[in-house]
Every structure is written in structure tokens, then in C-alpha cells.
Design a protein around this ligand. Structure first.
Ligand code: ADE
Length: 488
């Protein structure tokens, strides 16, 4: 059996974490190999002869800061072990000589300054193979090492604890119970509090009558469809009453998906942003949707007519308007935007969606793996002519482990990856390697990766790029009936 998720915790108090997670359900999950836990004492990596790991902050101020060096070295040691383990797995499976690193592991810094942890983040993180948690102490950690190694900053709430160990343990608990096999009854992780932003419905067990109070009759009826409907109703009612904030998110999402599913192919970018929990839905009803995709910062809009479009555009907060990036799904919105915001730069794209459940990829004789940071310049050199992504955009995608290279005799021959909002793209075959089917191979690989993560693979092709449109059709992607417009 393969381990669902490997947790690596960088801490000054390793026993607090290893002992805290050793009993009950997580203890059993570790014993059974459903998850693994590696605690790493940051102090073991300091080069200071007195084993010191902290110092005073420059500019003065209260308390001590953890220094960059031991944190960096501890993190690099963990990343090296992850690489070695993955290489070993490939070797022992007797698969291709090429090692697929499947991306750099996410490094989560637990801090009150981070994004709030919630159930959808737990679900998203549960899909990772490795997660590295960095626990701070004292007044924090030198900013430079955070900028160098950390991919996510996450908080468990608006209160300050003495260190990051308890928050890391809270997150590990919530993430682990989403890993298949950790809970005995897999159903229970799926249909309970916070699934889909709804609180849990009331539950009852024997006896049927207790202190004169009966179990609701419907639960004794044996009619499962009716019971499901009753439970959903109860969940909705309870959420509306107790957590109106959650209910608003739930109902906005329902309204948004209701509208967007009317043209699934044309709206897959918005649908995926919502499904992946990365969309802030600003407005949704049966006449249009406005959302902000957080990772890309893009505002996505779709409306049935100009009036609705104008209404939605007016909801974009003023402070966002200086560096606005928009994806609009109707041509009339392009004109509205030009009127509202003045000079704009427009890219017209056609969305293509892979709607099948199985990937067109089997283990093939191609060497494909994530691109390493040292290769940024080579990638930029071959991609710059499109004029759509800066070197920094590409570097950021590479650092996130979202860019893949196809290699021939160890040389980069083609590359491609996932944009921050989730679409496949940045696909380029280097001139010397064209006409060998490398572009198609790489895209098939990207499709497989997306499906593996439970996503619907999609891409956006520049209107008029016939070779790429033909490739999408050949690979089984379905084209939307009308274009969409990226506007900056
Ligand atoms: N470290 C200290 N307090 C924290 C919190 N509330 N969330 C995450 N990390 C923390």
C-alpha cells in the first residue's frame, strides 16, 4: 500500500508534534502507513557552535527572531530526502529511467499573518504527496528565508499562540482525515460539517423515544431519497440560522454554478476556480456571475446582457482598478470595459475542455518531469516572443512546481504547465525538436496530472492559432462555441 501523504514538520519542539499525533485515529493512520510523519529539529541544522537559532531583530523591537540559516538548511535537507524517496520509488517500480519529481513539495509556514485555514483548504492540501510545515517560535522568522522557501502562509484563526506546533497539528489532523483509509468509514469525511460550506444535519441514535422526545419520523421511513432531501434541508436551515456568513458563501456558489453550467465549455475557467475553492464570488444570480480568482488576481465576468454586465463591472472594488486583469466571456463586455477603464489590451482566446474522466496518457517513452529553478532562463528565452508572460511569471510557475519539461538525452526539448488560475498552457516545443509529437505528449501528460488532482483539464488557445486548436481537437478536448477575452 502506498502512503497517502508524507508530513514533514520543521520545529524546535519535535516531540511536541510526534507525541501529540501518536494516539487515536492519527496514531493508527501512521501505524497503518496511510500517512507518515517526520519531525525535524531545526536546531540540528544551526552552524552556530552554541546551537543558537535566534537573534535580535534589526531596527529594534521586542523579542527574538529565528535566523534564516538553520531554517533554510533544515528545509533543504527535507527536500533532498523527498527527492531521494521519489527517485527510489521510481527505481523500485522499474519504470522509466526518468524521475518524475511531481513538483516541489509545498512549504506551509504557520503564522497568524497567513490565509485562514478551512475545510476546502484541508481538502486541497490532502491531494499533495508531501507537505512541509514550518513552525515558528519567538517573534517570528527572518523574512528572507520565508521568501526563499515558503509557498503558503496559513493561520488557524485570529488569535496568537506561543508557537506554530499546535496550528500545524490542527491542520495535519484536518488534512489527514481527508486521506483515503484514515477514517474507517470513508463516508463520514465527505458528508459532514463544512462540506460545501454547510453545517451538519442533526443525528439520532437509539432509543427511538428518549425523555418523551421522538426521532423525526422521516428517518424511520427507509426512503433514502427523502432522507437525503430532509438532511440537506436541515443543513441549509441550520447554516442559515447559526452561520449566515457560511450560508451566504454556500448559496452564492450554488447560484454561480447554476448560471455557469448553462455553458460548461465556455465557463470552465470560472467553474474550476469555484470547484478548487480559489474563487471569491462577488456576485451571482441567474443573469450573471462576477468572481475573483485569488491565485491569478483575475476578475472573471459573465453576463446575459449589457445591463447586467455593467452592473457586475461596477461591483469591482475601486482599489482594484489600477492593475486590473479581467477575463470576460461576452464581446459586449469588452466594449463596456473600454468605456469604463479607457485604453485596454485584449487577448481573444478559445476555451478547450477535456470532459472525459480517463487520461489519454499511458506510461510512454518520454522523459517528463518538473522544471527546476535553474532552467528559468532557458524557458524564458524560448517563450518571451509570445509577449504574454514575464520572466518572473514563468519563474513563479516553476517555483510552484507547475511547469513540466520534456527532455531528450537530458536536454530540454519542450515545456508547458499550469497557469495560476488552473488552465494548461505555456506549451512550447524548442525549434530543434519540432515535428516529433512532443507538444502532444506534454499536453497528454498535463491532462493526466490535472485529472489525478480531481480537476477538469482545460486550456485557452489564442484565436487563430490553428495548429494549437487542431491539437486540442486531436487530444479529445471540446471547444467552446464562443471566445473569451483576457483584458489588462
Ligand atoms: N502561530 C501563532 N499563532 C498562530 C495562529 N493563530 N495560526 C497559525 N500559526 C500561529
Amino acid at each position: 500500500m502506498s502512503c497517502g501523504i508524507h508530513f514533514h514538520i520543521l520545529t524546535l519542539f519535535p516531540e511536541m508534534v510526534s507525541e501529540g499525533l501518536a494516539s487515536s485515529i492519527l496514531g493508527r493512520a501512521i501505524q497503518n502507513g496511510h500517512i507518515s510523519l517526520e519531525t525535524v529539529n531545526i536546531r540540528d541544522y544551526t552552524v552556530n557552535k552554541h546551537k543558537k537559532v535566534d537573534d535580535y531583530p534589526y531596527g529594534g523591537g521586542a523579542g527574538m527572531l529565528m535566523q534564516a540559516q538553520p531554517v533554510y538548511d533544515a528545509c533543504m535537507a527535507v527536500e533532498e530526502r523527498i527527492r531521494a524517496r521519489r527517485a527510489g520509488q521510481m527505481g523500485s517500480a522499474g519504470e522509466a529511467a526518468c524521475i518524475d519529481m511531481a513538483g516541489r513539495a509545498r512549504v506551509i509556514y504557520v503564522t497568524p499573518q497567513g490565509r485562514h485555514f478551512n475545510q476546502s483548504m484541508a481538502e486541497e492540501l490532502a491531494k499533495e504527496e508531501d507537505l512541509i510545515f514550518l513552525c515558528g517560535h519567538y517573534e517570528g522568522i527572518d523574512e528572507r528565508v520565508l521568501e526563499t522557501v515558503v509557498t503558503d502562509q496559513v493561520s488557524i484563526g485570529d488569535y496568537v499562540l506561543t508557537g506554530g506546533e499546535l496550528p500545524a497539528m490542527v491542520m495535519i489532523d484536518a488534512i489527514s482525515r481527508m486521506v483515503p483509509g484514515v477514517l474507517k468509514n470513508e463516508e463520514s469525511a465527505e458528508f459532514e460539517s463544512f462540506h460545501d460550506n454547510l453545517l451538519e444535519y442533526p443525528q439520532y441514535t437509539r432509543p427511538e423515544i428518549w425523555r418523551g422526545m421522538s426521532v423525526p419520523k422521516i428517518l424511520l421511513s427507509g426512503d433514502h431519497a427523502k432522507i437525503e432531501a430532509w438532511r440537506l434541508e436541515q443543513s441549509e436551515e441550520r447554516t442559515r440560522r447559526v452561520r449566515p456568513d457560511l450560508y451566504e458563501i454556500y448559496s452564492r456558489k450554488e447560484r454561480a454554478l447554476g448560471y455557469l453550467m448553462r455553458d460548461k465549455l465556455g465557463h470552465m475557467d470560472m467553474i474550476e476556480a469555484i470547484r478548487r475553492g480559489q474563487a471569491h464570488i462577488q456576485y451571482a444570480d441567474e443573469e450573471g456571475v462576477l468572481l475573483k480568482d485569488e491565485p491569478s488576481g483575475a476578475w472573471m465576468v459573465s453576463a446575459v446582457d449589457v445591463d447586467m454586465g455593467e452592473r457586475l463591472l461596477s461591483l469591482i472594488p475601486r482599489k482594484e482598478r489600477d492593475h486590473l486583469l479581467l477575463v470576460v466571456h461576452q464581446k459586449f463586455l469588452v466594449e463596456s470595459i473600454a468605456r469604463r477603464f479607457g485604453k485596454t489590451y485584449v487577448n481573444v482566446c478559445r476555451q478547450a475542455v477535456y470532459t472525459r474522466k480517463t487520461a489519454p496518457w499511458q506510461e510512454e517513452d518520454f522523459c517528463i518531469h518538473t522544471i527546476q529553478e535553474e532552467e528559468v532562463d532557458a524557458v524564458y528565452h524560448h517563450y518571451a516572443y509570445h509577449g504574454v508572460h514575464s520572466r518572473e511569471d514563468l519563474a513563479q510557475r516553476i517555483r510552484a512546481g507547475e511547469m513540466y519539461g520534456l527532455y531528450e538525452d537530458g536536454q530540454l526539448a519542450a515545456f508547458g504547465g499550469f497557469h495560476p488560475e488552473g488552465s494548461m498552457g505555456m506549451l512550447e516545443v524548442l525549434p530543434a525538436y519540432r515535428r516529433k509529437g512532443y507538444g502532444a505528449a506534454l499536453e497528454r501528460y498535463l491532462i493526466a496530472r490535472a485529472l489525478e488532482k480531481g480537476r477538469t483539464p482545460f486550456c485557452q488557445v489564442f484565436e487563430g492559432n490553428e495548429p494549437s486548436l487542431n491539437l486540442q481537437k486531436k487530444l479529445g478536448l471540446r471547444l467552446a462555441s464562443s471566445p473569451l477575452y483576457w483584458i489588462s
